[in-house]
Write a protein that binds this ligand. Structure first.
Ligand code: AMP
Length: 278
């Protein structure tokens, strides 16, 4: 595996295998099974695999956890070596955002809901860095997790609207045995918060069960989800949502499908999860 933080070096490695198909997995590192599943799938479906590890400052707002975001590059490198990755791109901030940087990429409408409402500058940072990474790596296929459901939708929109020449592959959420969605941020939970955090998936599952029993009233489901999380004293709801899975607008009645999603704080650790009902 070649490891570089240099754009020209990364491009040379990419172009040395010009005719090969390249699978690409962008990450912020501190890798877990959720990331590794994306890499395994990229490995199966492509001749070459590139991964990036970059904690992108422009997708964090000043009061968020950029400085506390967990990092362990040595461990990540050895995990990726075991998966036979060809290229690991690990740029620094001055490589991705050199002095006088002033160009951003923005998806306008669907970024205003859910995560975008709670984190107004987040998606502009995501779409800018993802566009830059796509331009550097020029992947045939790029792999993202359903864990970040809105991000997957936003990036689909970006690829379509800007005619980016690649295929997106969205992979299922990988969970711990007790249902908690794997996340690099989970290590920041203390043991009590870690136990309490199972409320995210339990709440989504219970809401789905209520729906499957015939309840179509989305507002009632949102209320029930809030109540379930409120039963957990360490949890503080940021949002709960029952939205149209395509437009992300909040539903009043569930006709045929819905994206159930939520964001919950445990102390200063903010976790998200979602479940699609169809
Ligand atoms: P991150 O390092 O958090 O930016 O995540 C990098 C990629 O891994 C994103 O496409 C995420 O959606 C995906 N990912 C993160 N956690 C999981 C998970 N538990 N299951 C599946 N994909 C995930």
């Amino acid at each position: 595996m070649k490891v570089t933080g240099n754009i020209e070096v990364a491009r040379k490695i990419r172009h040395a295998a010009q005719d090969a198909s390249w699978g690409f997995v962008p990450t912020m590192g501190f890798l877990h099974e959720g990331h590794l599943e994306l890499v395994r799938r990229a490995r199966r479906e492509n001749d070459c695999v590139a991964v990036s590890i970059y904690v992108n400052p422009t997708q964090f707002s000043p009061e968020e956890d950029l400085d506390r975001y967990p990092r362990d590059l040595d461990r990540d490198i050895s995990l990726l070596e075991d998966l036979d990755v060809d290229l690991l791109f690990t740029p620094d901030n001055n490589v991705m955002y050199p002095a006088n940087f002033q160009t951003y990429v923005e998806v306008l409408y669907i970024t205003q809901f859910l995560e975008g409402r709670s984190r107004p500058t987040h998606f502009q940072g995501v779409t800018t860095i993802v566009t830059k990474l796509f331009n550097i790596i020029q992947p045939t296929r790029a792999y993202f997790g359903q864990k970040d459901a809105q991000q997957a939708i936003v990036i689909k929109r970006l690829v379509k609207d800007l005619n980016l020449d690649l295929e997106l592959v969205i992979c299922p959420i990988v969970r711990e045995k007790d249902g908690l969605a794997m996340s690099s941020r989970n290590v920041r939970l203390n043991p009590e918060q870690r136990t309490a955090a199972t409320t995210l998936f339990k709440t989504l599952q219970k809401a789905k069960a209520i729906y499957l029993r015939g309840e179509k009233d989305a507002e009632l489901l949102r209320r029930r989800m809030k109540e379930m999380i409120a039963e957990q004293p360490l949890a503080k709801v940021d949002y709960v949502s029952v939205a149209d899975p395509v437009t992300l607008e909040e539903l009043s009645t569930i006709e045929s499908s819905a994206l159930l999603s939520l964001a919950v704080f445990f102390g200063d650790v903010r976790l998200i999860d979602n479940l699609l009902i169809d």
